[in-house]
Write a protein that binds this ligand. Structure first.
Ligand SMILES: Nc1ncnc2c1ncn2[C@@H]1O[C@H](COP(=O)(O)OP(=O)(O)OP(=O)(O)O)[C@@H](O)[C@H]1O
Ligand SMILES: [Mg+2]
Length: 368
């Protein structure tokens, strides 16, 4: 499988990074520096130019550099020269006056989804340690990122589903539970919701088989790990409709819909007990590593190119054994890796090609 390679990166006015240009190594790239210098911002800029999104915020305006009162807002821009096989392209992500634009070789892509799947990238950041301990939202995001590659049409219905749910809720509030308009919105909720659940089920199926193998390789003793997709609504139209109808009064009172794929989850269990409430710290971390390893493998297979990997300060959150598991996994998987750390001496790349960069107050300088 070909690896996706970032050959050059050029960042302008991205948070505290005023201007940064560098040529990464095709293998490991280590960004070190004290807290608050801009290490995560570099990964965020890379993620933005490859995926069109941030992994920290859903508001692109957050990426604009803070200015003095009365100061001029600069244009945020990230350019990446990307190689895949013997093709190279230039991708550009920009935010101008709060509006995002993306280009591939100066052309507007068909859709944001087309842009987001052009150059696969997987990020692993400390917030994701809640994949196993936290609420279902992070797990749905995992399903959605994978579904983007394995079931793009279905996942593109997420927005329409969310709009239909919101309209149903507003109609319940404005017209009451017997209004005929509610039927109309429920029809749309069902139509988009079923497509969405189908896409997530497909993503889950691929993730599960990969994650279980990865988990077993971290823990050699069998722990009876099970992972399964739990849809937030019946996956059959008439049953879905009946449930929505039954819940109208309750949904009106609570201000939110009790059923639907916005309640989907990926259930994790060890020996039949929910991991969230019964797993040990080490088991949680191993589960998260296994899920991330699965995300990387499934996206690579579905896209036919090894994704670029971004690891944000992950080893500081992992214990020794899990850090070793992570690095042996990284050495075994080929491909380009960007990682941040406050302690570069702990990054065990063992002879692999590696470039080190130092960050100080938003300025990147190569270390050699
Ligand atoms: N929109 C913005 N404009 C200017 N500066 C910003 C903006 N957003 C964040 N910053 C600054 O960027 C710096 C944080 O950068 P970043 O999160 O990349 O730090 P880091 O090097 O990863 O630190 P840590 O090791 O603590 O994770 C902070 O000083 C913060 O104030
Ligand atoms: Mg950071």
């Amino acid at each position: 499988m070909e690896s996706l390679l970032v050959l050059a990166l050029s960042i302008r006015n991205f948070r505290n990074l005023a201007q940064a240009d560098f040529r990464p190594s095709p293998r490991f790239n280590v960004f070190s520096g004290d807290n608050g210098q801009g290490k995560t911002n570099v990964l965020e800029a890379l993620y933005a130019v490859l995926s069109s999104k941030s992994f920290r915020t859903s508001k692109v305006a957050d990426l604009m550099p803070h200015t003095e009162p009365g100061g001029v807002a600069e244009v945020v821009s990230v350019r990446a020269k990307v190689r895949e096989g013997d093709m190279t392209r230039e991708q550009r992500f920009a935010v101008d006056q709060g509006t995002r634009s993306v280009r591939i070789d100066d052309k507007r892509p068909r859709s944001l989804l087309a842009y987001a799947t052009a150059s696969p990238v997987v990020v692993f950041h400390p917030g994701e340690l809640s994949l196993s301990t936290g609420p279902s939202a992070e797990r749905r995001k995992l399903l959605d990122r994978v579904a983007l590659f394995v079931a793009p049409t279905g996942i593109s219905e997420l927005e329409a589903y969310t709009r239909a749910q919101r309209s149903r809720q507003k109609t319940l509030e404005a017209r009451g539970i017997d209004a005929t308009d509610v039927d109309h919105w429920e029809t749309l909720v069902i139509q988009h919701g079923l497509a969405l659940m189908e896409a997530r089920a497909a993503a889950a199926e691929r993730i599960v088989s990969r994650a279980l193998v990865a988990f077993e390789s971290i823990f050699t003793t069998p722990l009876g790990c099970e992972i399964s997709y739990v849809p937030g609504a019946p996956r059959e139209a008439e049953a879905f409709r009946a449930e929505l109808r039954k819940n109208r009064a309750l949904d009106l009172r609570r201000g939110t819909a009790r059923i639907g794929p916005h309640r989907d989850d990926l259930a994790l269990s060890l020996k039949g007990a929910a991991a969230r409430t019964s797993a040990s710290q080490g088991q949680h971390r191993a589960l998260v590593l296994a899920l991330k390893a699965a995300e990387i493998a499934v996206i690579g297979e579905a896209r036919g190119a090894r994704p670029v990997l971004l690891l944000d300060d992950v080893s500081s959150e992992l214990d020794r054994a899990r850090t070793e598991a992570l690095f042996s996994f990284l050495r075994a998987t080929e491909g380009q890796v960007f990682l941040t750390t406050t302690r570069p001496e702990l990054i065990a790349t063992e002879g692999a090609e590696r470039a080190d960069f130092q960050l100080r107050q938003g300025v990147i300088s190569p270390l050699s």
